[in-house]
Design a protein around this ligand. Structure first.
Ligand code: 5GP
Ligand code: ZN
Length: 139
């Protein structure tokens, strides 16, 4: 399904032009309009999914396969030293466009780009408890 007021639905389906590096029946891969690094790409499904939780299992698998393929091409074409895959879900996680997308950000040893977080530590036994909670929810 497409969503009428969604800019990424319009871009993914070609209603709004974009710098497209790849397209198939399910996905369009475009250059981010405000790149962290030149060549920063976004994988967009042509159907509207708000986020990863809405994306189906099959689509998720295809996104990851496509990410591997596009990142190979970025490495070959740009000669970057590394690539970050980044995928934000929810306002708390920094999502600003609520149509699933995966970022592929080429990285260079000296690019000075930061994707930082402050690290915490677990109290004695806390990691095991958190682990168990998540593990139980996996059933
Ligand atoms: P988010 O913060 O939701 O993970 O990332 C949204 C990304 O979409 C941002 O990096 C932003 O630069 C990019 N973006 C937003 N609007 C447009 C647009 O109209 N065209 C393109 N190519 N990228 C966009
Ligand atoms: Zn959409």
């Amino acid at each position: 399904m497409k969503k009428d007021d969604c800019i990424f639905c319009k871009i993914a389906n070609g209603e709004i032009p974009s710098a497209t590096v790849y397209e198939d029946e399910l996905f369009r891969v475009i250059l981010d309009i405000a790149p962290a690094v030149k060549g920063h790409a976004l994988i967009l499904p042509k159907e509207h999914y708000d986020n990863l939780w809405a994306l189906g299992k099959e689509e998720s698998e295809r996104v990851m396969n496509l990410a591997a393929k596009v990142s190979e091409a970025q490495k070959k074409a740009l000669g970057c030293d590394g690539i970050n895959l980044l995928q934000n879900n929810g306002v708390a996680a920094g999502q600003t466009v609520f149509h699933f997308h995966m970022h592929l950000i080429p990285r260079y040893d000296d690019d000075k780009v930061t994707i930082p977080w402050n690290t915490l530590s677990y109290a004695e036994g806390e990691a095991a408890k958190v682990c168990e909670t998540i593990k139980a929810a996996m059933q």
